[in-house]
Design a protein around this ligand. Structure first.
Ligand SMILES: [Zn+2]
Length: 86
């Protein structure tokens, strides 16, 4: 005895290539990072070196702002940090 039913496990591997845009992921990652930095450093009321949120994996720019400046930037039509003109 012992007939194996077979096919109980969905062998369907619907891994839709969710690589829509790695830049977006990178931006999100950096935002989370900046959020963490802000939360930690705002207590000191000092300037914080935030990472650029342009989304380029190769970008290593940092932007120094106070936590309130950072908040304001984000609130303004969700402007990303870094790579400003002028
Ligand atoms: Zn950048």
């Amino acid at each position: 005895m012992g007939g194996i039913g077979g096919g109980a496990f969905g062998s369907r591997n619907d891994r839709t290539t969710v690589e829509a845009s790695s830049a977006t992921t990178e931006q999100h990652r950096r935002r989370v990072l900046n959020d963490g930095r802000r939360r930690i450093f705002q207590l000191a009321g000092r300037q914080i070196a935030f990472v650029c949120e342009c989304g380029r994996p190769t970008c290593t720019q940092t932007i120094v702002l106070t936590d309130s400046e950072y908040d304001e930037r984000r609130r303004r039509d969700g402007v990303l940090l870094g790579h400003e003109q002028g």
